[in-house]
Design a binder for this molecule. Structure first.
Ligand code: UDP
Length: 280
Protein backbone atom coordinates (compact mmCIF):
# COMPACT_ATOMS: atom_id res chain seq x y z
CA UNK A 1 0.00 0.00 0.00
CA UNK A 2 1.30 3.42 -0.89
CA UNK A 3 1.16 5.83 2.03
CA UNK A 4 0.28 9.41 1.29
CA UNK A 5 2.49 12.28 2.32
CA UNK A 6 0.33 15.27 1.38
CA UNK A 7 -1.40 15.37 4.80
CA UNK A 8 -0.33 15.10 8.42
CA UNK A 9 -1.09 11.64 9.74
CA UNK A 10 -0.21 12.43 13.35
CA UNK A 11 -1.14 15.29 15.69
CA UNK A 12 1.47 17.24 17.66
CA UNK A 13 0.55 15.16 20.74
CA UNK A 14 1.24 12.00 18.71
CA UNK A 15 -2.32 10.81 18.18
CA UNK A 16 -3.12 9.29 14.79
CA UNK A 17 -4.78 11.68 12.32
CA UNK A 18 -6.79 9.44 10.04
CA UNK A 19 -7.06 10.03 6.31
CA UNK A 20 -7.80 7.71 3.43
CA UNK A 21 -4.44 6.21 2.46
CA UNK A 22 -3.00 6.29 5.98
CA UNK A 23 -4.36 2.90 7.11
CA UNK A 24 -5.05 -0.56 5.73
CA UNK A 25 -8.82 -1.12 6.01
CA UNK A 26 -8.62 -4.92 5.95
CA UNK A 27 -5.90 -5.14 8.59
CA UNK A 28 -7.48 -2.60 10.93
CA UNK A 29 -10.94 -4.18 10.76
CA UNK A 30 -9.42 -7.61 11.47
CA UNK A 31 -7.60 -6.27 14.56
CA UNK A 32 -10.74 -4.77 16.08
CA UNK A 33 -12.96 -7.64 14.95
CA UNK A 34 -11.02 -9.94 17.29
CA UNK A 35 -12.48 -7.99 20.21
CA UNK A 36 -15.90 -7.97 18.53
CA UNK A 37 -16.93 -4.70 20.25
CA UNK A 38 -20.53 -3.62 20.69
CA UNK A 39 -20.97 -0.16 19.17
CA UNK A 40 -23.78 2.22 20.13
CA UNK A 41 -24.81 5.04 17.80
CA UNK A 42 -26.86 7.73 19.52
CA UNK A 43 -28.98 9.85 17.18
CA UNK A 44 -31.87 12.23 17.73
CA UNK A 45 -34.84 12.61 15.40
CA UNK A 46 -37.20 15.12 16.93
CA UNK A 47 -40.00 16.93 15.08
CA UNK A 48 -39.45 17.05 11.33
CA UNK A 49 -36.02 15.44 11.60
CA UNK A 50 -37.61 11.96 11.54
CA UNK A 51 -37.55 12.33 7.74
CA UNK A 52 -33.78 11.81 7.84
CA UNK A 53 -33.91 8.42 9.60
CA UNK A 54 -34.39 6.25 6.51
CA UNK A 55 -31.44 7.62 4.54
CA UNK A 56 -29.17 7.62 7.56
CA UNK A 57 -29.97 4.08 8.66
CA UNK A 58 -30.01 2.50 5.19
CA UNK A 59 -26.68 4.04 4.27
CA UNK A 60 -25.27 3.20 7.71
CA UNK A 61 -26.08 -0.43 7.08
CA UNK A 62 -24.03 -0.27 3.87
CA UNK A 63 -21.01 1.60 5.21
CA UNK A 64 -20.82 1.95 8.99
CA UNK A 65 -18.66 -0.66 10.75
CA UNK A 66 -19.94 -3.38 8.47
CA UNK A 67 -19.76 -6.84 10.10
CA UNK A 68 -19.51 -5.28 13.58
CA UNK A 69 -22.21 -5.32 16.24
CA UNK A 70 -24.05 -2.00 16.08
CA UNK A 71 -27.14 -0.68 17.86
CA UNK A 72 -28.68 2.59 16.73
CA UNK A 73 -30.34 4.32 19.69
CA UNK A 74 -32.96 6.56 18.17
CA UNK A 75 -34.25 9.27 20.48
CA UNK A 76 -37.50 10.59 19.09
CA UNK A 77 -40.81 12.25 19.95
CA UNK A 78 -42.56 10.16 17.27
CA UNK A 79 -41.72 6.47 17.35
CA UNK A 80 -44.28 5.70 14.64
CA UNK A 81 -42.05 7.59 12.23
CA UNK A 82 -39.10 5.20 12.74
CA UNK A 83 -38.86 3.31 9.43
CA UNK A 84 -38.56 -0.43 9.10
CA UNK A 85 -35.01 -1.06 7.88
CA UNK A 86 -33.38 -4.29 6.79
CA UNK A 87 -30.62 -4.69 9.40
CA UNK A 88 -27.41 -6.67 9.04
CA UNK A 89 -26.53 -9.55 11.36
CA UNK A 90 -25.84 -8.46 14.94
CA UNK A 91 -27.29 -5.03 14.27
CA UNK A 92 -30.46 -3.46 15.61
CA UNK A 93 -32.46 -0.37 16.43
CA UNK A 94 -33.52 0.69 19.92
CA UNK A 95 -36.10 3.48 20.15
CA UNK A 96 -36.12 5.89 23.10
CA UNK A 97 -39.12 8.15 23.69
CA UNK A 98 -38.40 11.79 24.44
CA UNK A 99 -40.64 14.86 24.46
CA UNK A 100 -40.88 17.43 21.66
CA UNK A 101 -39.19 20.82 21.97
CA UNK A 102 -40.10 24.34 20.95
CA UNK A 103 -36.62 25.62 20.17
CA UNK A 104 -34.04 23.79 18.04
CA UNK A 105 -31.40 24.90 20.53
CA UNK A 106 -33.28 22.91 23.19
CA UNK A 107 -33.24 19.78 21.03
CA UNK A 108 -29.54 20.19 20.35
CA UNK A 109 -28.53 20.79 23.99
CA UNK A 110 -31.20 18.40 25.30
CA UNK A 111 -29.25 15.65 23.53
CA UNK A 112 -26.53 15.88 26.16
CA UNK A 113 -29.07 15.51 28.96
CA UNK A 114 -30.99 12.62 27.37
CA UNK A 115 -27.83 10.81 26.35
CA UNK A 116 -26.41 11.15 29.89
CA UNK A 117 -29.59 9.75 31.44
CA UNK A 118 -29.92 6.91 28.95
CA UNK A 119 -26.27 5.83 29.04
CA UNK A 120 -26.63 5.65 32.82
CA UNK A 121 -29.87 3.70 32.68
CA UNK A 122 -29.41 1.42 29.72
CA UNK A 123 -26.60 1.83 27.19
CA UNK A 124 -23.76 1.35 29.68
CA UNK A 125 -24.47 -2.39 29.94
CA UNK A 126 -25.08 -2.80 26.21
CA UNK A 127 -22.09 -1.17 24.49
CA UNK A 128 -18.30 -0.89 24.52
CA UNK A 129 -18.01 2.08 22.16
CA UNK A 130 -20.40 4.95 21.63
CA UNK A 131 -20.79 7.44 18.79
CA UNK A 132 -22.88 10.61 18.90
CA UNK A 133 -24.08 11.61 15.42
CA UNK A 134 -26.35 14.12 13.70
CA UNK A 135 -29.21 12.48 11.85
CA UNK A 136 -29.39 14.81 8.83
CA UNK A 137 -26.62 13.03 7.01
CA UNK A 138 -25.87 10.07 4.76
CA UNK A 139 -23.01 7.56 4.68
CA UNK A 140 -21.36 7.35 1.25
CA UNK A 141 -18.28 5.25 1.89
CA UNK A 142 -16.59 3.02 4.42
CA UNK A 143 -16.57 4.26 8.04
CA UNK A 144 -14.68 1.42 9.69
CA UNK A 145 -12.65 0.35 12.70
CA UNK A 146 -9.95 2.93 11.92
CA UNK A 147 -12.35 5.40 13.61
CA UNK A 148 -12.29 3.60 16.95
CA UNK A 149 -10.23 4.74 19.93
CA UNK A 150 -10.65 5.89 23.51
CA UNK A 151 -11.82 9.29 22.28
CA UNK A 152 -12.06 10.14 18.57
CA UNK A 153 -12.99 13.58 17.26
CA UNK A 154 -13.55 14.80 13.69
CA UNK A 155 -11.96 17.94 12.23
CA UNK A 156 -14.63 20.43 11.22
CA UNK A 157 -14.53 20.75 7.44
CA UNK A 158 -14.72 24.53 7.63
CA UNK A 159 -11.55 25.04 9.65
CA UNK A 160 -9.12 22.20 8.98
CA UNK A 161 -7.04 24.21 6.53
CA UNK A 162 -7.03 27.19 8.82
CA UNK A 163 -3.96 27.14 11.01
CA UNK A 164 -4.82 30.39 12.77
CA UNK A 165 -6.45 29.18 15.95
CA UNK A 166 -7.76 32.64 16.73
CA UNK A 167 -10.11 32.27 13.76
CA UNK A 168 -11.75 29.13 15.19
CA UNK A 169 -15.36 29.74 16.28
CA UNK A 170 -14.65 28.81 19.90
CA UNK A 171 -16.72 30.45 22.63
CA UNK A 172 -14.98 33.75 23.31
CA UNK A 173 -17.10 35.19 26.10
CA UNK A 174 -15.44 34.55 29.47
CA UNK A 175 -18.92 34.36 31.06
CA UNK A 176 -19.52 31.01 29.37
CA UNK A 177 -18.12 27.72 30.66
CA UNK A 178 -17.02 26.96 27.11
CA UNK A 179 -14.67 29.97 27.02
CA UNK A 180 -11.33 29.42 25.32
CA UNK A 181 -8.86 32.30 25.58
CA UNK A 182 -7.16 33.74 22.49
CA UNK A 183 -3.92 32.01 21.54
CA UNK A 184 -5.13 28.58 22.64
CA UNK A 185 -6.46 25.65 20.63
CA UNK A 186 -5.32 22.72 18.49
CA UNK A 187 -8.17 22.20 16.05
CA UNK A 188 -11.84 22.99 15.70
CA UNK A 189 -13.84 19.78 16.00
CA UNK A 190 -17.39 19.13 14.83
CA UNK A 191 -20.03 17.93 17.28
CA UNK A 192 -21.92 16.13 14.50
CA UNK A 193 -19.77 12.97 14.77
CA UNK A 194 -17.72 11.97 17.82
CA UNK A 195 -17.06 8.66 19.48
CA UNK A 196 -14.98 6.54 21.78
CA UNK A 197 -15.02 4.10 24.67
CA UNK A 198 -18.39 4.07 26.39
CA UNK A 199 -17.12 5.45 29.71
CA UNK A 200 -14.94 8.15 28.14
CA UNK A 201 -17.86 9.26 25.99
CA UNK A 202 -20.16 9.22 29.00
CA UNK A 203 -17.79 11.52 30.83
CA UNK A 204 -17.65 13.94 27.91
CA UNK A 205 -21.39 13.89 27.17
CA UNK A 206 -22.08 14.51 30.86
CA UNK A 207 -19.51 17.30 30.90
CA UNK A 208 -21.28 19.04 27.98
CA UNK A 209 -24.59 18.62 29.80
CA UNK A 210 -23.30 20.00 33.12
CA UNK A 211 -21.43 22.90 31.54
CA UNK A 212 -24.47 23.94 29.50
CA UNK A 213 -26.67 23.74 32.62
CA UNK A 214 -24.20 25.97 34.40
CA UNK A 215 -24.33 28.40 31.47
CA UNK A 216 -28.14 28.36 31.50
CA UNK A 217 -28.09 29.30 35.20
CA UNK A 218 -25.94 32.27 34.25
CA UNK A 219 -28.30 33.14 31.39
CA UNK A 220 -25.80 32.40 28.65
CA UNK A 221 -25.80 29.79 25.85
CA UNK A 222 -22.50 28.86 24.23
CA UNK A 223 -22.17 30.11 20.66
CA UNK A 224 -22.32 26.59 19.10
CA UNK A 225 -24.14 24.86 21.96
CA UNK A 226 -22.54 21.51 22.89
CA UNK A 227 -19.95 21.87 20.13
CA UNK A 228 -18.41 24.76 22.09
CA UNK A 229 -18.23 22.67 25.28
CA UNK A 230 -16.85 19.72 23.33
CA UNK A 231 -14.06 21.88 21.90
CA UNK A 232 -13.20 23.21 25.34
CA UNK A 233 -12.97 19.69 26.79
CA UNK A 234 -10.83 18.39 23.92
CA UNK A 235 -8.39 21.26 24.27
CA UNK A 236 -7.50 20.15 27.79
CA UNK A 237 -8.17 16.40 27.33
CA UNK A 238 -6.62 15.58 23.96
CA UNK A 239 -8.46 13.10 21.75
CA UNK A 240 -6.64 9.80 21.26
CA UNK A 241 -7.49 9.84 17.55
CA UNK A 242 -8.37 12.67 15.21
CA UNK A 243 -10.42 11.89 12.12
CA UNK A 244 -10.09 13.95 8.94
CA UNK A 245 -13.13 15.82 7.52
CA UNK A 246 -13.71 12.72 5.34
CA UNK A 247 -15.68 11.52 8.36
CA UNK A 248 -18.09 14.42 8.10
CA UNK A 249 -18.32 16.43 4.92
CA UNK A 250 -21.31 18.47 3.72
CA UNK A 251 -23.36 18.58 0.54
CA UNK A 252 -23.11 22.37 0.83
CA UNK A 253 -19.39 22.29 0.03
CA UNK A 254 -17.31 21.18 -2.95
CA UNK A 255 -14.94 18.32 -2.24
CA UNK A 256 -11.31 19.52 -2.38
CA UNK A 257 -8.42 17.37 -3.66
CA UNK A 258 -7.18 16.27 -0.22
CA UNK A 259 -10.56 14.70 0.58
CA UNK A 260 -10.17 11.46 -1.38
CA UNK A 261 -13.24 9.85 0.14
CA UNK A 262 -16.38 11.37 1.64
CA UNK A 263 -17.56 8.92 4.31
CA UNK A 264 -20.51 10.87 5.68
CA UNK A 265 -22.02 13.99 4.20
CA UNK A 266 -24.52 16.33 5.79
CA UNK A 267 -27.59 16.99 3.70
CA UNK A 268 -28.64 20.38 2.44
CA UNK A 269 -31.71 21.35 4.41
CA UNK A 270 -34.19 24.16 4.59
CA UNK A 271 -33.57 25.36 8.14
CA UNK A 272 -36.67 27.55 8.25
CA UNK A 273 -38.79 24.54 7.33
CA UNK A 274 -37.27 21.72 9.45
CA UNK A 275 -36.57 23.58 12.69
CA UNK A 276 -39.44 24.26 15.11
CA UNK A 277 -38.39 27.87 15.57
CA UNK A 278 -36.75 28.23 12.12
CA UNK A 279 -33.57 30.03 11.10
CA UNK A 280 -29.94 29.49 11.97
N1 UDP B 1 -32.40 17.81 15.84
C1 UDP B 1 -33.68 17.24 15.82
N2 UDP B 1 -34.78 18.06 15.72
C2 UDP B 1 -34.67 19.42 15.62
C3 UDP B 1 -33.38 19.99 15.62
C4 UDP B 1 -32.27 19.16 15.73
O1 UDP B 1 -33.83 16.02 15.91
O2 UDP B 1 -35.71 20.08 15.51
C5 UDP B 1 -31.22 16.93 16.02
C6 UDP B 1 -30.91 16.13 14.76
O3 UDP B 1 -30.33 14.91 15.15
C7 UDP B 1 -29.88 17.01 14.09
C8 UDP B 1 -29.11 17.54 15.28
O4 UDP B 1 -30.08 17.70 16.30
O5 UDP B 1 -29.08 16.26 13.20
C9 UDP B 1 -28.35 18.84 15.03
O6 UDP B 1 -29.24 19.86 14.65
P1 UDP B 1 -29.10 20.61 13.23
O7 UDP B 1 -28.87 19.59 12.16
O8 UDP B 1 -30.27 21.50 13.07
O9 UDP B 1 -27.80 21.47 13.45
P2 UDP B 1 -26.78 21.97 12.32
O10 UDP B 1 -25.75 20.91 12.20
O11 UDP B 1 -27.54 22.17 11.04
O12 UDP B 1 -26.26 23.25 12.90
Amino acid sequence: MELRTDVNSVTNWNAPLVWEGTFDPVVIDAIYKKMDPRVAVVVFAVGKYTRFLKGFLESGEKHFLVDFRVTYYIFTDNKNAVPNIQMGKGRKISVIDIPSAKRWQDVVLGRMRWATITIDKQIRTEADYLFMMDIDSVFHNRFGAESLSRLSAVLHRGYYKNTKRDNFPYERRPQSKAYIPPGEGDYYYTAAVWGGYLEDMYKLVRYCYMQSEEDAKNKIEAVWQEESHLNKYLLYNKPTKVLSPEYLWSDYDQVPADIKVVRISQLVKNYAEVRPNGGH
